[in-house]
Write a protein that binds this ligand. Structure first.
Ligand SMILES: Cc1cc2nc3c(=O)[nH]c(=O)nc-3n(C[C@H](O)[C@H](O)[C@H](O)COP(=O)(O)O)c2cc1C
Length: 385
């Protein structure tokens, strides 16, 4: 697709995504919560860090792969769970899963995804499943069992959403989920006939109105109709629930949205095999620290005994070097690959991964690192915070 070919950075993909999506849907993925302070803070914190260059290292023998949860991945990168990827592209979650499988990196399917997990399993590769725990715990357990039986290898439990979040811009432009038809959103969609044909009509023709395809049957209409019953978030979730999930899953489990040493320690004590340092890409708590600022504390507390993953704000390969230098084992991409599929389906996601991989490789080379294990704190020039 011509427009993807002319993309040289994640920002270029973002600009194409902006043109190809209805304004309200673009804002839904692009913006943060409340005033967008955490969103811009993630970028600002990465940008404040500078790197020490180190040249004249023999770079002929390089390897970008690393081992995560006992298995090799080809890049220290994975794809984060992003519900409604299916509104970026027809079966957008499948496009992301295929892109990840082709690149040899993990893909995480969100609880709220619009593509059934049975379809995602066909993509192959390393599949992780993200869980938001519901009040009706048995429904959550059913989902977990279903993911397990389909071969998803890692359970990712997200802990930051008990009371939901405030995203005023969604209310203003009419794109809240579940979606309630309103004049503003309908005009916005009509002004974007490309998206209507490529995504919405194609979805409706092939599989009916977009819905949370992995929810229990009687809750599924929720994406398109407000007022239909929906599963309630579990407001009483505690670490005991995490321990129970670990028992049931009987496989690697990550806890996502860990921002403090205390929560990292609790996660490990309750059976986590790793933590994801994440502020939900600035979409959850607007006064949250940037994740690259929160990372050193978490690594000091649990880094020697467990896997530490970082997400939120990764837009350049140098961001990945900075995260690994401060102790992360790998990073996850949220918006970077979402912009990719919005710009052009799987080839767009491939392009996002390829851009970041090339930038990562070149930044590693300029800091004298031939493999992820050689990226240590010495590459950080500025004192970290
Ligand atoms: C549109 C969108 C939907 C998301 N949905 C989920 C979700 O369902 N579950 C979850 O754990 N995180 C979700 N996230 C957060 C991502 O997993 C990830 O933490 C975040 O996007 C990383 O920041 P980045 O977008 O700056 O890379 C979502 C993010 C976006 C942008």
């Amino acid at each position: 697709m011509a427009s993807i070919k002319r993309c040289y950075s994640i920002e270029d993909l973002r600009q194409v995504a902006k043109k190809r999506l209805p304004h309200g849907i673009f804002e839904y993925i692009d913006r943060g919560t409340e005033d967008g302070v955490a969103l811009s803070g993630n970028r600002a914190a990465f940008e404040r860090l500078r790197l020490n260059t180190r040249f004249m290292v023999d770079l002929r023998d390089r390897d970008m792969g690393t081992e995560i949860l006992g298995k090799r991945i080809e890049l220290p990168i994975g794809i984060a769970p992003t519900a409604v990827a299916g509104l970026m592209w027809y079966q957008g979650e499948y496009a992301l899963a295929k892109a990840a499988a082709d690149a040899g990196i993990p893909f995480t399917l969100a609880t709220g995804s619009l593509t059934p997990m049975e379809k995602i399993a066909e993509a192959g590769g390393r599949l992780w499943f993200q869980l938001y725990m519901w009040e009706e715990k048995e429904l959550s357990y059913e989902l977990v069992r279903r993911a397990k039986s389909l071969g998803f290898e890692t359970l990712v439990v997200t802990i930051d959403s008990a009371l939901g979040r405030l995203r005023e811009h969604n209310e203003k432009n009419g794109f809240t989920f579940p979606f309630k038809p309103n004049a503003r959103a309908l005009v916005d969609m009509t002004l974007n006939p490309g998206w209507l044909t490529r995504v919405l009509f194609k979805t409706i023709i092939k599989s009916g109105m977009p819905k949370n395809a992995n929810y229990p049957e009687h809750y599924q209409p929720m994406v398109t109709l407000r007022g239909t019953p929906k599963p309630k978030a579990n407001k009483g979730m505690t670490w005991e629930d995490v321990a129970r999930l670990k028992e049931m899953w009987d496989g690697p489990m990550l806890v996502k949205s860990v921002m403090t040493p205390v929560d990292a320690r609790m996660a490990v004590q309750h059976g986590a095999d790793g933590v994801v340092v994440s502020n939900h890409g600035g979409r959850a708590v607007d006064s949250a620290l940037a994740t690259i600022e929160a990372l050193p504390g978490v690594v000091d507390e649990v880094g020697s005994e467990t896997t530490v993953i970082l997400d939120s704000g990764i837009r350049r390969g140098s961001d990945i070097v900075k995260a690994l230098a401060l102790g992360a084992d790998m990073v996850l991409l949220g918006r970077a690959t979402l912009y990719g599929i919005a710009a052009g389906g799987q080839p767009g996601a491939d392009k996002a991964i390829q851009i970041l991989s090339t930038e990562l490789e070149k930044t590693m080379a300029s800091t004298g690192c031939r493999r992820p294990s050689e990226i240590t704190q010495d590459v950080i020039a500025t004192p970290p915070f």
